[in-house]
Design a protein around this ligand. Structure first.
Ligand SMILES: [Cu+2]
Length: 115
């Protein structure tokens, strides 16, 4: 019993060290890719507008019973169908279309602000 507790503490300590190291390394770089989460809930993208940088990842998670997509208006990217409780990610690339909608429910719209 006691050894298990100690082992868990060591793991937490190691994870904290790795996190601190990653932070200090990243501070020296201009770009730190981020993952931006968008919830699809009640037939809306939430948040509807997000601000991202090239290299970041956008992840849509569907909390509705109905399936949805995040599809670029110019059709240059598409998550494909996202069923309930599933998530799909798209990596932000230079010049990608920033307006998107749901292919099944075109009134659902979202905007990506690329900086
Ligand atoms: Cu939809």
């Amino acid at each position: 019993m006691a050894s298990k507790v100690i082992r868990r503490d060591l793991l937490v300590g190691a994870a904290a060290c790795a996190g601190a190291l990653a932070t200090s390394v990243n501070n020296g770089l201009a770009k730190t890719p981020r993952t931006h989460d968008i919830r699809i809930k009640s037939f809306e993208f939430e948040p509807q507008t997000i601000t991202v940088k090239v290299g970041d990842t956008i992840r849509w998670t569907n909390e509705d019973l109905a399936p949805h997509t995040a599809t670029a208006v110019a059709a240059d990217w598409d998550t494909g169908e996202i069923v309930k409780d599933d998530a799909r990610s798209i990596k932000v690339t230079e010049g990608m279309e920033t307006n998107y909608f749901c292919a099944f429910h075109p009134h659902m719209k979202g905007t990506i602000e690329l900086i």
